[in-house]
Each structure stands twice: as structure tokens, then as C-alpha cells.
Design a protein around this ligand. Structure first.
Ligand code: AMP
Ligand code: GLY
Length: 443
């Protein structure tokens, strides 16, 4: 059996490892726009193209290799219609079709979906379109939020389309300026209440009927320790030995699931399509309860790296159940282990990354796994830094403290002009998250 994997980051390297360790022994066919040395090693076919959204090239590969199943990693090919094409070609696909992927690709669509179907979790928000009164209406709305707002471009922007007052915007004038530029670019912009609390990533696999929860984790977007510096694709994430987070109560997880269940039903009504794939909610626990930040229609990166190294169930069987609509019959099992993911990134990342610098891996400690992200490989097979995150190091152990120490020990074995965030998953960072929420809740 052939299994098609679209994408070539660390998330896809972890997906690829989960596919090839299946007892069904599938052949891995990869559709990539960059060489990933880890994925290339385990793939039977590694098709390198210029763009993952090139559906003509994707069609050619599928017609030639005839895979039975497919999973799509990144958002761009999903939003471009990779799943629509795969369905047309008779390939079972774990990723939603283009229309359903608006859950991620349009923030305004998702906010309105929750509003129209009376689903809890939205902050105060408004969607604006160009018009003679728009600038004034936006200013009034920002004022009504006491100047505590977030502006979100209404398209796929790889994390660069969201600006938060206090972090990236100095106030209403600055916010209006950014909102007007979003309107010009996308024809729509979302302005919403700034939420304060602790964020968590809750991913669910679904066949359109059943939702299966994956281990919950917390990502770290800022480049430097103590959540300072520019935003990145995510510097690392942690998940505890209960496959949850130490600051979450059971009712927080229940709230995330209930919102997602209702969104799934609403989305399928709205699109008339079955959603097969991942609903990944970025949630925040506030003093007033759980709120939705956004949905993604794919596995998170780094969050997928907290999931696949401890997945006990055959992932290929899981995908078969998703495609067949039989997820209800499959217990999905994870090791009760804590995981700490840290990304080694080039010096200067994200603004001025040092590319082309050699990376050496000297041998890893027990309980440590690594996944390649965006590296280059020279003609002698030497791995080099690229311009984005280089290598994800995952520590796996019976406690968060031990998993964090293993990920640090793993980092010591990676030589090169790289840096990482030492604070992710440490006891002092986790303690800070817990006391932040306690303070907010007035406990
Ligand atoms: P991204 O996930 O790249 O779209 O970035 C979104 C990030 O912006 C989230 O992880 C939050 O940290 C922040 N964010 C988005 N919406 C809000 C909101 N309503 N209140 C506070 N922070 C937000
Ligand atoms: N963890 C952020 C993302 O996957 O978008």
C-alpha cells in the first residue's frame, strides 16, 4: 500500500515516521517543496516540486504512484484544494476540502459561524468591509473595547496577519492603520476583544461524526525566553504525562471539546461537506472561562511533535478509519508520557537568520527524538541551516521536569550556529503559567 504525505517540515517528518512504523508496512510517497533529509531517508518516492500548492504536479504524482491514502501537513495546499483533488482522484484524504478549510483560512468566516449557530467561545468581535463609513466604524468599535483589541487579516498569513494592542500595536491609530491595510489586501478584516489568559492547543481528529482528542499542549510563539522578541512559527511546546497541561482543569478541556463538536456540526451544515481531518483549536483560559482564539484545519507545528512520538495506535489504521467514517470504533491510545519540544533555530532567526552554516548531530540521549524542519543539504550530504526553524528536539519522559532535561541534553548534542529557548517546559515557566491563571481567577 502506498501512503502519500504532502509537506516537508518537522511536523511531516513526525507524520512520516508514524506512517512507516505501521504494521501494515506502507510505502511512503512524499510531495515536497524542499529536501528534508529525515523524510527522504524513510520515503520510497520523494517528489520535489516548486510549490506544495501546485495541483497539476500533485495530480501527475497521484496518477503515477496511485496511493491509497493521503495526509496533508501544511495549510497552503489544503486551502488550495489538495483534498478536493485527491477525492476526485479516489484517494482517501486526511485533510478537509477547500470550502471547509475556511475554518482556518478565513478568521471572519469562523467568528460568524460561531455567532450564527449560537456556539459559545467568541470574544466581542466585528467584521469590516471597505466603505465610506468603515474607518469611523472601526474606530468606534476599538473605543468600545477600551482600546484593548486585536486586528486580524482575513486570509492565510502564517501568523503574520494578527496584531495585538500592547504587543504589536501601540493604540487605536496604529490599529486603524493596520486594519486599513488588511482591508486593501483582503477586502475584509476582523477586529476583536483582546483576551487575557493562558493559551492551549487542543487538536481533534475527526471523520465528520466522531471527535478524538489528541494530547493537549502549549506552544511558544515568541523567539526569546520569557516570551520576548518577535513572533515565530513556534519555538516549542510541552504536554504533561496526563497528555494535558498542569494549569488546565477538566472543565476547560470539556469546554474546548463542546465548542469543537458544535463547530463541526455547524461547519458541515454550512458547507454541505464531510470534514475529515484535524480540527485544531487555539483556545485561551480567561477569568471568564475558555474562549476560542482561532481554528486551524491541520496538525499544529510544533504541537504534532507532542503527539506522534507517543502515539501507540497504528496511525495508518487511524487514517483508514477517518476516511471510512468509522473513527468511533477505534480507541486511540497514547503513552502516558510528558513531552517537551524545543526548536533549534539559526542564529538571528526570525529576522536575520544565518543560513548555510553546518549542523552536526553527535548522538542523542535515551528518550530523545529529533525531527528535521527547514535545513539544507550540500553536495557532500552535510546538513546546513536554512532561513527558518532547523531541528525539533523532543524529550519524552514520565514527568515534565525529566522530559525538559532530556530535550536540553539532546540540544547539547547538536552543534552549529543555532539557538533555542531554554525556558520551555521548565518548572519555573510552568509555575508561572499556573500562578498567572490563579491570579486571573482571583484564587
Ligand atoms: P496565529 O496563531 O499565528 O494566527 O497568531 C495568533 C496569536 O495572536 C495567538 O496565538 C494569540 O497569542 C494572539 N491572539 C489572537 N487573537 C487574540 C485575542 N482575541 N486576544 C489576545 N490574543 C490574541
Ligand atoms: N502552532 C502553530 C501552528 O501550527 O500554527
Amino acid at each position: 500500500m502506498k501512503f502519500l504525505l504532502i509537506g516537508n517540515g518537522a511536523r511531516e517528518h513526525a507524520l512520516g515516521e508514524a506512517i512507516v512504523r505501521s504494521p501494515q508496512k506502507p510505502e511512503l510517497v512524499v510531495f515536497a517543496d524542499k529536501i528534508n533529509p529525515g523524510l527522504q531517508k524513510i520515503a520510497t518516492v520523494y517528489e520535489k516540486v516548486d510549490s506544495l500548492s501546485d495541483l497539476v504536479k500533485l495530480r501527475e504524482l497521484v496518477e503515477r504512484e496511485k496511493p491509497e491514502l493521503a495526509v496533508v501537513g501544511p495549510e497552503a495546499p489544503i486551502a488550495a484544494g489538495a483534498a478536493d483533488l485527491l477525492e476526485e482522484l479516489g484517494v482517501g484524504c486526511v485533510a478537509p476540502k477547500k470550502s471547509s478549510a475556511r475554518l482556518e483560512s478565513s478568521k471572519g468566516f469562523t467568528r460568524k459561524l460561531l455567532q450564527d449557530y449560537g456556539i459559545p467561545g467568541n470574544p466581542d468581535f466585528a467584521v469590516f468591509v471597505p466603505g465610506s463609513e468603515t474607518e469611523k466604524a472601526m474606530r468606534d468599535f476599538m473605543k468600545s473595547l477600551n482600546g484593548e483589541f486585536v486586528v486580524k487579516a482575513d486570509g492565510l498569513k502564517s501568523g503574520k496577519g494578527v496584531k495585538v494592542v500592547g504587543d504589536h500595536l501601540s493604540g487605536i491609530d496604529d490599529g486603524l492603520h493596520f486594519a486599513m491595510s488588511c482591508l486593501n489586501e483582503d477586502g475584509r478584516v476582523v477586529v476583536e476583544e483582546k483576551l487575557v489568559g493562558e493559551e492551549f492547543s487542543a487538536m481533534f481528529l475527526t471523520d465528520g461524526k466522531t471527535l478524538v482528542a489528541l494530547p493537549v499542549s502549549q506552544d511558544h510563539k515568541r523567539a526569546f525566553e520569557d516570551d520576548k522578541g518577535p513572533n515565530t512559527g513556534g519555538m516549542g511546546s510541552y504536554s504533561d504525562e496526563k497528555n494535558s497541561l498542569p494549569f488546565l482543569q477538566p472543565e476547560d478541556l470539556t469546554a474546548a471539546r463542546e465548542i469543537t463538536e458544535q463547530v463541526l456540526v455547524a461547519l458541515q451544515k454550512e458547507t454541505g461537506e464531510t470534514f475529515r481531518g484535524v480540527m485544531y483549536g487555539g483556545f485561551i483560559v480567561t477569568k471568564n472561562g475558555v474562549r476560542l482564539i482561532e481554528y486551524n484545519a491541520r496538525f499544529g507545528d510544533p504541537e504534532a511533535l507532542n503527539v506522534f512520538p507517543i502515539l501507540k495506535t497504528d496511525f495508518v489504521a487511524v487514517c483508514q478509519k477517518v476516511v471510512a467514517g468509522e473513527l468511533v470504533s477505534l480507541p486511540l491510545e497514547f503513552e502516558k508520557m510528558a513531552t517537551v519540544v524545543k526548536y533549534a533555530v539559526p542564529e538571528g532567526y526570525p529576522n536575520n537568520p544565518v543560513a548555510g552554516s553546518p549542523i552536526k548531530i553527535l548522538g542523542l540521549p535515551a528518550g530523545c527524538q529529533i525531527f528535521y524542519a527547514a535545513v539544507d543539504v550540500d553536495s557532500e550530504g552535510q546538513v546546513l541551516t536554512g532561513t527558518s526553524r532547523a531541528i525539533a528536539v523532543v524529550g519524552i519522559a514520565e514527568s515534565l521536569t525529566a522530559a525538559e532535561q532530556i530535550s536540553e541534553a539532546g540540544m547539547q548534542k547538536i552543534e552549529g550556529r543555532l539557538f533555542h529557548r531554554r525556558d520551555i517546559g521548565t518548572p519555573s515557566l510552568v509555575e508561572k503559567r499556573i500562578s498567572h491563571l490563579k491570579n486571573l481567577r482571583g484564587e
